[in-house]
Design a protein around this ligand. Structure first.
Ligand code: NAD
Length: 329
């Protein structure tokens, strides 16, 4: 897509991934309409700081509201020439979904229907965030888009899988082009404070114990944020079309294809922070899976891209950002 006068809607633009994608689009000359409710799932100060940077661009406009309210999209001026919707707004977090189920209904299901309806009426292609968590209890590694995904093991994962099924229905019924992005543990500067890399860094710096689940026997296919952004930027030019009886519907794993042992990750952080971690080993938590591993053949075939940033380099860049943000010398 290269229509610089048209507007791309980015929901969840004050969030980690939405912010980085919106920033990239603005740098490329797109106009961006951001929507975010700025909830307090984690420190809103971080969200507002991201937002301030986006607002530096004259091509950025912003609506602060919750997408489970239909009016937010209904009230958008029909004059707005929105040509694509990138939907990242959602309640993230596997563990949080065990204790706060209702917010997932509102933010991940109700809001998703509003987005689908908005795109359907205007026939605007939709790219939306799914998650590697949809693979749930699957044993076969690496996880492929062709695998059956019927065993989500958290409500969060179930809502993400539901999004994919809902998107399929709209692609089938209304020929709405949709692309679901199955992200694999994204990290990097301006990252999420509730995720392991950020939490560990914080605790190691404060010499507080870190909780290591499944007694350290965990692997994650960590994916650096710039690689996610690059893949999304390329996929924006790869909008699916109907092929015979196949609706314009695609799903992509976006992962590094390189699972990293949790204990190795901690070693990298210790080296970068010049500080030993105090480790508390715990059993695996409900909802968690011991390993994620992305098959990225589809991504490589369709956009000729695979993630470039190694975990060693990515951790360096994250820690540099963390120290700068918290003014640690
Ligand atoms: N970060 C990852 O590793 C990862 C992995 C898999 C999937 N995802 C998915 O990618 C998307 C972006 O994740 P992120 O890491 O940037 O999360 P994030 O929490 O930083 O960003 C989500 C943003 O959406 C906003 N939001 C939440 N509910 C909303 C609602 N109902 N209306 C309007 N705004 C709302 C929040 O305020 C937040 O700023 C999410 O859909 C998440 O589930 C993320």
């Amino acid at each position: 897509m290269d229509e610089r006068n048209n507007i791309v809607m980015v929901t969840g633009c004050a969030g980690f991934i939405g912010y980085h994608v919106a920033k990239r689009l603005l740098t490329e000359g797109y106009r961006v309409l951001g929507i975010d409710q700025i909830n307090d799932y984690y420190d809103p100060i971080l969200k507002r700081a991201r937002l301030r940077m986006l607002k530096e661009s004259a091509n950025f406009s912003f609506i602060e509201d919750a997408l489970e309210s239909r009016e937010v999209l209904d009230n958008l001026s029909t004059q707005e020439s929105i040509t694509m919707v990138l939907h990242f707004a959602a309640q993230a977090g596997v563990r949080y979904s065990l204790t706060n189920p209702y917010v997932y209904g509102k933010s991940n299901l109700e809001a998703f229907i509003h987005i689908l309806e908005y795109c359907k009426v205007r026939q605007i292609p939709l790219l939306y965030a799914s998650s590697s968590s949809v693979y749930g209890g699957n044993q076969k590694q690496p996880f492929s888009e062709q695998d059956r995904v019927e065993t989500p093991i958290s409500l969060y994962a179930a809502t993400k899988r539901a999004n994919e099924l809902m998107a399929y229905t709209y692609s089938h019924l209304y020929q709405l082009p949709t692309i679901g992005l199955r992200f694999f543990t994204v990290y990097g500067p301006w990252g999420r404070p509730d995720m392991a890399i950020y939490k560990f860094t914080d605790a190691i710096m404060k010499q507080q114990p870190i909780e290591i689940y499944n007694h350290g026997k965990m692997k994650r296919d960590f994916t650096y944020i710039d690689d996610i952004v690059e893949a999304i930027s390329r996929l924006m030019n790869k909008i699916p079309s109907s092929q015979g009886s196949h609706p314009p519907y695609k799903l992509y794993n976006i992962g590094s294809h390189k699972p990293v042992e949790l204990l190795y990750l901690i070693e990298l952080l210790e080296n970068e922070l010049n500080q030993k971690a105090v480790k508390t080993f715990l059993p695996i938590q409900s909802g968690d899976v011991p390993e994620t591993f992305a098959d990225i053949t589809e991504l490589e075939n369709d956009i000729n891209y695979k993630p470039q940033v190694s975990i060693e380099e990515g951790i360096k860049r994250f820690v540099a950002w963390y120290k700068d943000y918290y003014k640690i010398t």
